[in-house]
Design a protein around this ligand. Structure first.
Ligand code: 5GP
Length: 188
C-alpha cells in the first residue's frame, strides 16, 4: 500500500476549500489533513475538525520538538502547520491524505513526497475576481482582504512548481476536472 497524498494549494479565495470539501464527499479513500494553527477560531470552526487550535507558545513548542512535517507563518503572527501525528494517523487507516495548504507549504510537501504526491494549484480567474469573492464571503475586514489580495499576487508566481494547474473560472467544470485528477491518481 503506497502512502499517497494530494495537495491543494491556491491563493485564498480561489475556491480551494469548496473543491476539497466536494472531493471528500465523492471519494471514501480520501481523508482531510487537519492542520494546526495559532490563529483564533472563526465562526463555527471546531478544534480537531477544522484545525487543531493552539496558542502561539504551544505552537512554538511543537516546532522546537520537531512535531511538524511542515509549517509556515502564512499571515504575520499566525502559524499554520501539518503535524507528523496527523499524517501517520491517516496513513495508518490506509487512506489518501488531502491537504488544503498555502502555496509554500504545498511546494515543500511535493518535494517531500515526490511521486507519491499529486500537487494541484488552483488558479482564480483574476485578482479582481479574487477580491470580489473575499468580499462576498464576508469573513474578513477590508484591511484583511487587501492583505490577502497582495499576497495572492505573489502566490500566483508559484503555479509552475505544481503537477497541475486547475483554473477555477467555472466551479462546476473545476469540480469535474478535480474528480478526474483524483480518480487517475488513485488508480496509479
Ligand atoms: P485560513 O486562515 O483562511 O483558514 O487559512 C489561511 C491559509 O493557511 C490558507 O491558504 C490555508 O490553505 C493555509 N494553511 C492551512 N493549513 C496549513 C498548513 O498546515 N500548512 C501551511 N503551510 N498552510 C496551511
Amino acid at each position: 500500500m503506497k502512502k499517497k497524498v494530494i495537495i491543494f494549494s491556491a491563493p485564498s479565495g480561489a475556491g480551494k476549500s469548496t473543491i476539497v470539501r466536494h472531493l471528500l464527499t465523492r471519494f471514501n479513500c480520501l481523508e482531510f489533513s487537519v492542520s494546526a494553527t495559532s490563529r483564533a477560531p472563526r465562526g463555527q470552526e471546531q478544534h480537531g475538525k477544522d484545525y487543531y487550535f493552539f496558542s502561539t507558545e504551544e505552537f512554538e513548542t511543537k516546532i522546537s520538538n520537531g512535531e511538524f512535517v511542515e509549517y509556515e507563518e502564512v499571515y504575520k503572527g499566525s502559524y499554520y502547520g501539518t503535524l507528523k501525528s496527523e499524517v501517520e494517523r491517516i496513513w495508518a487507516k490506509g487512506n489518501i491524505i488531502i491537504f488544503d495548504i498555502d502555496v509554500k507549504g504545498g511546494v515543500n510537501l511535493k518535494k517531500l513526497y515526490g511521486e507519491n504526491a499529486l500537487a494541484v494549484f488552483i488558479q482564480p480567474p483574476s485578482v479582481e475576481e479574487l477580491r470580489n469573492r473575499l468580499v462576498g464571503r464576508g469573513t474578513d475586514s477590508p484591511e484583511a482582504i487587501e492583505r490577502r489580495v497582495a499576497k495572492a499576487e505573489e502566490e500566483l508566481t508559484y503555479a509552475d512548481k505544481f503537477d497541475v494547474v486547475l483554473v477555477n473560472d467555472n466551479l462546476e467544470e473545476a469540480l469535474v476536472r478535480a474528480e478526474q485528477m483524483v480518480a487517475d491518481f488513485q488508480a496509479k
